[in-house]
Design a protein around this ligand. Structure first.
Ligand SMILES: [Zn+2]
Ligand SMILES: [Zn+2]
Length: 416
């Protein structure tokens, strides 16, 4: 029971049009000054200053360089979080723009260029635009909006923690407790004006594995005197491929097991003692993810045993599944449709996103916002992470409106 009338959609759209120029200016400023994960000092200051100027409570240095803004509406209600990631990549920009990055830094001991090659500059600018819109209608809003500006989505530097996982660990979803979270990603896979989503698994869980196969060293001419770990490792590589292709129900969700490196041996006529393999596992379904882990262990160990060798399997869990809560997705679709006439249900991808750590804790919805220029096909448009990645800024207002409508509708519609 709320006596406050929800702000009409047209009012949000008008406000979005008013912030458009400043969203683009902010995006260009951040694009020209990219910073790597856990080093987003200038970006964080820009964000904090802007939020403060809008009368939003600001908390800084969350998970190293993260900034959290709290906008309290005029009445109690639910708490919705909106998230933007802030980090750039160790990529040397090749796009010819007046605001192209010329920044260089040291990354893992190497000198590298720095570029917003994943479009996180656009995410920050979009969310600051949304903050401006919502701050302007504070008196009409019930509940609370938490603006989460997150560091290190692309991974923290070696030896450091970071990103969404660390933010959750530091309590970003508590105090006040967040009920639902929304996030978006700009992409050249979709054209300007398109918003794309998928309920349930939208992006993959990423886990890595290491398998050490131990045999017995011998002369290459007398293999029966030892146990050849290279032949065993070869059988394991092929055995692992049958997990996605022969053992799991691929109609539920696709999955991938890739061996990316094999090391063993030093010379043509010596059978070595040991072979080491490393690889990546991608999955879109939580049950299937556990099943793949168990089957990798069983396959490697059993093949090794059959040959008289041993296999030690170590699996390290990485990003969880970017899992869009079905009920939240359903109730938010009308909000996305207010932002664009072209809202599409799309296939999942086997890339990953650390927004999944928020979704592991609370219901969340993550969606794509198209920023591919009209004159490029999806095939020729450079992908995210390319030194040629290009964001058509006319796609940004779709992101601004989508997040603004999603937040307002969530706070003002009756809870179930
Ligand atoms: Zn990325
Ligand atoms: Zn990204």
């Amino acid at each position: 029971m709320s006596a406050i009338a929800a702000p009409p959609a047209s009012k949000i759209d008008a406000a979005a049009a008013r912030v458009e120029a400043s969203v683009i200016a902010t995006r260009r400023d951040i694009h020209e000054h990219p910073e790597l994960g856990n080093r987003e000092v200038r970006t964080a200051k820009l964000v904090a200053d802007k939020l403060r100027s809008l009368g939003i409570d600001v908390q800084e240095k969350v998970a190293h360089t993260g900034v959290v803004g709290l906008l309290r509406g005029s009445k109690p209600g639910k708490v919705v979080a909106l998230r933007a990631d802030m980090d750039a990549l160790p990529v040397t920009e090749q796009v010819d723009l007046p605001f192209a990055s010329k920044v260089r830094t040291t990354y893992n001991g190497q000198e590298v260029g720095v570029m917003h090659a994943c479009g996180h500059d656009a995410h920050v600018a979009i969310l600051l635009g949304v903050a401006e819109i919502l701050a302007g209608m504070k008196s009409e809003l019930p509940g609370t909006v938490k603006f989460i500006f997150q560091p290190a989505e692309e991974g923290a530097p070696q030896g450091e923690e970071g990103g969404a996982e660390l933010m959750v660990k530091e309590g970003v979803l508590d105090n006040p407790k967040v009920d639902a979270i929304f996030g978006l990603h700009v992409t050249s896979r979709f054209a300007v004006g398109e918003i794309a989503y998928r309920p349930e698994g939208m992006m993959a869980a990423v886990d890595s594995f290491k398998i050490s196969v131990r045999g017995k060293q011998t002369h290459g001419a007398y293999p029966w005197l030892g146990v050849d770990p290279i032949v065993v490792a070869s059988q394991i590589v092929l055995g692992l491929q049958t997990i996605p292709s022969r053992q799991l129900d691929s109609t539920i969700a696709p999955s991938i097991v890739t061996v990316g490196a094999i090391h063993g041996g030093v010379r043509n006529n010596i059978i070595p003692d040991e072979v080491e393999m490393i690889g990546t596992i991608r999955s879109l379904d939580a049950k299937m993810r556990d099943e793949i882990h168990a089957r990798i262990r069983r396959t490697a160990e059993s093949i090794a045993t059959a040959a008289g060798a041993t296999a030690e399997v170590r699996i390290t869990s990485g990003y969880p599944i970017t899992y869009n809560d079905p009920a939240l997705t359903e109730r938010t679709l009308p909000s996305l449709r207010k932002a664009s006439k072209n809202v599409r249900l799309v296939n999942a991808v086997l890339g990953a996103e650390d927004f999944s750590f928020f979704q592991k804790a609370i219901p969340g919805l993550f969606f794509w916002v198209g920023t591919r220029p009209a004159n490029q096909t999806p095939e020729e448009a450079p992908s995210n992470h390319s030194p040629l990645f290009y964001v058509d800024e006319s796609g940004l207002p779709y992101g601004v409106r989508a997040l603004a409508h999603a937040a307002v509708d969530y706070l003002t519609s009756p809870s179930k």
